[in-house]
Design a binder for this molecule. Structure first.
Ligand SMILES: [Fe+2]
Ligand SMILES: [Fe+2]
Length: 279
């Protein structure tokens, strides 16, 4: 399958056009049709689609990596253009999410879940299709479903919480899932925020697809938000994995991106707004 993946929403703008925002979205063009992975936070998905000449009305499916606002906030704008469309995600994408930031003696709580009710999104045309398991969503395209936490060094972000039945607890992101595309050059793995851990995700994909030839890993890795040990251990593990390109975006953070660039040289690229991965 031939494909072209364009980063539509991301924190940084590397080309002369497009707008940055805190969020992630990728427009995927394949022989089978066009797809959207995540929708950014809502500020730039439509504007950037026009700048990069990607017709959001042409998409056949939307895939949601998890329920955070910076991946789902663009849903209404996309749905207003597209109308009826399948939206794939984990059943927990609608959980209430909270981020708690502690600075000195001040604690700031922020709602960071999906900012819209399910029935509002359905009224705009969303057909939600939920999966918890690894699933083939189109020929040669897979969603990871829930990712088992296997590595000891990939830990949940201590700033993030979820609310179930009025009880607030550490967010363990059961809904975090990634997209896999089978290309002629190998597997392409697209991450949203990798809250379940980039290495856990990669191992999960290898387990299910029974192959480990990745062509590219693209998207948010969340590496800068955690401990230096996690970054070092993740790099150590990445060195044992076969891949040609690694394009990091969004929640990777500058420090982790610089480290990855240093380690992987020409195989590394910044997955900024307008970046293209073509196979
Ligand atoms: Fe994110
Ligand atoms: Fe997230």
């Amino acid at each position: 399958m031939e494909m072209k993946i364009t980063v539509l929403c991301e924190n940084t703008v590397g080309r002369r056009v497009g707008s940055g925002e805190h969020g992630f979205s990728a427009f995927i063009e394949t022989d089978l049709g066009n797809y959207l992975f995540d929708t950014g936070n809502g500020h730039s998905v439509v504007a950037n689609s026009l700048v990069f000449d990607k017709d959001l009305r042409s998409i056949q499916k939307i895939f949601l990596s998890h329920g955070h606002y910076d991946h789902t906030g663009g849903l209404p704008e996309v749905l207003k253009l597209k109308g009826e469309v399948d939206v794939h995600g984990h059943p927990h994408i609608f959980l209430d999410r909270i981020s708690v930031l502690k600075e000195k003696d001040k604690e700031t709580k922020r709602f960071v879940g999906i900012p819209y009710k399910r029935n509002y999104l359905e009224s705009l045309g969303a057909h939600f299709l939920f999966n918890s398991d690894f699933v083939e969503v189109e020929s040669g395209m897979f969603l990871t479903g829930e990712v088992p936490r296997q590595t000891l060094f990939e830990k949940p972000d201590p700033k993030l919480f979820m609310e179930i039945g009025g009880k607030i607890s550490q967010d363990i992101f059961p809904d975090d899932q990634s997209l896999i595309l089978e290309s002629e050059k190998g597997l392409i793995l697209i991450l949203g925020c990798a809250h379940s851990g980039m290495i856990n995700i990669i191992q999960h994909v290898i387990h299910h697809r029974k192959r480990e030839d990745f062509y590219a890993i693209l998207g948010g890795t969340h590496l800068d938000f955690l401990t230096p040990e996690q970054l070092e251990e993740s790099i150590h593990s990445l060195k044992t994995i076969r891949f040609e390109r690694i394009g990091v975006s969004h929640c990777t953070g500058m420090k982790a991106a610089f480290r990855l660039q240093h380690e992987f040289g020409d195989r590394f690229f910044q997955g900024c707004v307008g970046s293209i991965l073509e196979v």
